[in-house]
Structures are given as structure tokens and as C-alpha cells.
Design a protein around this ligand. Sequence first.
Ligand code: FES
Ligand code: FES
Length: 176
Amino acid sequence: MMNDVALEFTLNGEPCSVTIDVRTTLLDLLREHLGLIGAKKGCDHGQCGACTVLLGGRRVNACLLLAVALQGADVTTIEGLADAETGELHRLQQAFIDHDAFQCGYCTPGQICSAVGMLAEVREGMPSFASEDLRASRFALDGPEIRERMSGNLCRCGAYVNIVAAVSDVAGEEGL
Ligand code: FES
Ligand code: FES
């Protein structure tokens, strides 16, 4: 069709080729065309974080990205976080289970992908609004830092206390 475009990118470590309408968002591509329904559609306009995935290791809202802009990109979704060979869960996935960090689970894939991206940002020395010294090269991930850095991910069930505990556990293991 006139509006269709061929797209090639890497999805969860595997090459992916698909022909889509140029108006398709990354979230709709994942959920409606590729059957990856881990990323959730909460608001569909960048407010809730339920659709968070990783683009080249950076967390992004999949509902705000046109898939056509992802030519050659590297996308990781919640389905790609566990070890592909052994099935062993990502440390953050396991920590969410250990800390009972969800109720309905709707926000959880986005929370976990966001936390993966957030820990990478901290390792790279990126400050947050809660950081006292913006020029510091290391930031201790205490409760306020984690809450601020994860504030783009809403949880209607209010599981925030346990989400912070889960993220804090993994941050502590990494010496952050
Ligand atoms: S569905 Fe994308 S931010 Fe809410
Ligand atoms: S666990 Fe239900 S919205 Fe977060």
C-alpha cells in the first residue's frame, strides 16, 4: 500500500524484518503486528510508562515512537531480558518477584525495563532532579533518588514501596 514501508531492525537480539504503515508506533508494532504483548498500552501518549522498552539500551516510551524511525535500531523488550538460552530471569525480574513488587502487573514490564535503563544511566554518571551535587560522578541510589528516577512509571496499584525495594536490592548488588 502507498503508506507502507519496509523496516529492518534488531528485536531482542534477533533480526526483524516487517512491512508496516508509516503511521505505526513502536508499541503497536510490538503488540499488534509481532505478538509481543509485554509492553502495555496505558495512556498511549507518554504519561504512564507502561510501554517502556529499551532502544540501544536507553529507556523509551514505545507509544511515542514511530516505528519507521527505527531503521537499523536495537530494541529490547521485557520478553528479551531473561537469558535466551537458560531462561534465567534478569536480576530485576527476579527482584520484583522476591519483593512482591506488583499487584495487577500491568505496569510491571515497563517498570522493569525502565529500571534496567535507569541503572545504566546511573552507571554512566547521569544525575537526577534529586541529586544534590549535579557534578558528582557517582550517585548513591537511596529511596528519593530511585523514586525520582523511576517517576515516569506510574503504578495504579500503588506497589511503589516494594518496587523501590526491588530496584534498591539490584542497585546494591551492583554497588550503586
Ligand atoms: S502507554 Fe506509553 S507512556 Fe503510557
Ligand atoms: S501493579 Fe498494577 S498498576 Fe502497577
